[in-house]
Design a protein around this ligand. Structure first.
Ligand code: NAD
Length: 496
């Protein structure tokens, strides 16, 4: 099915505008959109504040009802939206559907959460006093998202922000505005069924980086949640900090796996394949660094190379395909450059290079690459958003843990081992320094129930499950005096 038909089915009027959207599947134009002018963005911000003022007064469980309805729309339209994700972002249909499932899951989570925005009651040191902590809605939340999870990232933020009583403004990647338009249309259907949701509760802001910058700079937006490259985060965070706003950053990763001597190799190989070549290596949690114990290196690496040689590369919409295209030409050039660097730094490369060029001359399919590296060189420490797996040998556990942590990023990590001591050490305080640390599971494909995010250049943000909701609210400590006296804290006497 064509993109315009899917968009119509999802309730999006034929998109018109100057900006052409191309599918990474074959390079064809699949739609046009109009970007927001700076004045229109400012008006949307004002509208978002007005919507917030109404929404914050709606009881949280009732707000949950809107998110429940959104989840229902997503359930009913999972196939269509998942297909549009495949067409616009190039991920295989299974992953496109998985992305929509993640949206459904976070809606379910948020509905439950809408009755659990708990605060604490704290013992007061003063007689006849009660102290309590409350969580209040904070204000409009800006969501800036990357191309590779074009819709799920919005839902991780928006489902929570909406039950927390905030309005949302979404600046999607300029590479994936159509899936954003479709998601917004589904939100509007849910809002209509809900009945009395304020106008402008969720709005789209379309544009290039300047549109994101306008949101980052606006003092009317207390929280800016931004997902994308570390380069973007380094530009955005100072703009938000300058006005003392709160930023929630989900940036680049450089995720590793350690395969220990006792590992179940068949499981490790499957986990490596899914996490290193899935989404054509364009997940923030993609596996990029593989440390293999020297005792099993000569058994694991040849197995991996032969699995790589038979990977089904092709249109992400065809069943059986496991590796779809890169997003665009720049991504292909980035991969080629990184492989050149790896070679110069002593690497032995298998794979790489363009695939299916005859069939898809205007798209960028590649052969996933394995780069056997003599050590963790400069290029290995850099996130290249493409399917390159750097493989290194190790002999000593302490030394490999040190290497594991010696990169600027800190998103996801894992170890394959049957040795309980190694497993526990990996997740202990002196183990992996990442936000996500798995044992006998690859680094990608997280569940929404846990808090998602990472340390160091990954930005420190946490989204999705656990208590991530607190980032979308303001904390208030309220002390109530129900006595007839006015005792001061710390026993201070202050009487005239
Ligand atoms: P990108 O940084 O090029 O763009 C991300 C978004 O930021 C886009 O909407 C873009 O328009 C906007 N933007 C760019 N510069 C900006 C600025 N100065 N101010 C405000 N907005 C700005 O990223 P991309 O190529 O779309 O996505 C790939 C990157 O995203 C990778 O580094 C990947 O690891 C990362 N990512 C991280 C996570 C995570 O949860 N940690 C998830 C997905 C992707």
């Amino acid at each position: 099915m064509k993109a315009d038909q899917i968009l119509r089915d999802l309730g999006v009027e034929a998109a018109r505008g100057d900006y052409a959207v191309h599918s990474p599947v074959d390079g064809a134009e699949i739609g046009r959109v109009a970007f927001d002018e700076p004045a229109a963005i400012q008006q949307k911000i004002v509208n978002s504040v007005t919507a917030f003022h109404a929404w914050r007064q709606v009881p949280a469980p009732r707000r949950g009802e809107l998110v429940r309805l959104l989840g229902e729309e997503l359930r009913a339209n999972k196939e269509a939206l998942g297909r549009l994700v495949s067409l616009e972002a190039g991920k295989i249909l299974q992953e496109g559907l998985g992305e929509v499932q993640e949206m459904i899951d976070i809606c379910d989570f948020a509905v439950g959460l809408s009755r659990q925005l708990y605060g604490l009651t704290i013992a007061s040191e003063r007689p006849g006093h009660r102290m309590m902590e409350q969580w209040h809605p904070i204000g409009p939340v800006a969501i800036i998202s990357a191309f590779n999870f074009p819709v799920a990232v919005w839902s991780w933020n928006a489902a929570l922000a909406l039950v927390c009583g905030d309005s949302v403004l979404w600046k999607p990647s300029e590479k994936t505005p159509l899936t954003a338009l479709a998601t917004q249309a589904l939100f509007e259907r849910a809002a209509k069924k809900f009945g009395d949701a304020p106008e402008h509760l969720s709005q789209l802001v379309l544009g290039l980086r300047e549109a994101g910058e306008a949101l980052a700079r606006s003092p009317r937006i207390p929280v800016v949640s931004a997902t994308g490259s570390t380069r973007m985060g380094k530009a955005l965070a100072p703009a938000v900090a300058e006005r003392l706003g709160r930023s929630l950053l989900e940036l680049g990763g450089n995720n590793a796996m350690i395969v220990a001597p006792s590992a179940k190799l068949d499981l490790a190989v499957r986990a490596i394949l899914f996490s290193a070549v899935g989404t054509c290596g364009q997940r923030c949690t993609s596996l990029r660094r593989l440390f293999v114990h020297e005792s099993i290196y000569d058994s694991l690496v040849p197995q991996l190379k032969s699995a790589y040689a038979s990977l089904p590369i092709g249109s992400p919409l065809e069943s059986g395909t496991l590796v779809g295209p890169l997003i665009d030409k720049a991504a292909f050039e980035g991969m080629t450059h990184a492989l050149g660097e790896a070679r110069d730094q002593g690497g032995k490369i298998a794979g790489g290079g363009r695939a299916l060029e005859d069939k898809f001359p205007n798209a960028y399919y590649v052969k996933p690459a394995i780069a056997e590296m003599p050590e963790q060189t400069a290029i290995v420490c850099h996130e290249t958003f493409a399917p390159i797996l750097y493989v290194m040998r190790y002999s000593d556990f302490d030394a490999v843990m040190a290497k594991h942590n010696a990169v600027p990023q800190g998103l996801s990590s894992c170890i394959f081992t049957q040795n309980v001591q190694e497993a526990e050490r990996f997740v202990a305080a002196a183990g992996s320094d990442c936000g996500i640390a798995n044992v006998n599971i690859g680094p990608s494909g997280a569940e929404i129930g846990g808090a998602f995010g990472g340390e160091k250049e990954t930005g420190g943000g946490r989204e999705s499950g656990s208590d991530s909701w607190k980032a979308y609210m303001r904390r208030q400590t309220a002390t109530i005096n129900y006595s007839d006296a006015l005792p001061l804290a710390q026993g201070i006497k202050f009487t005239v």
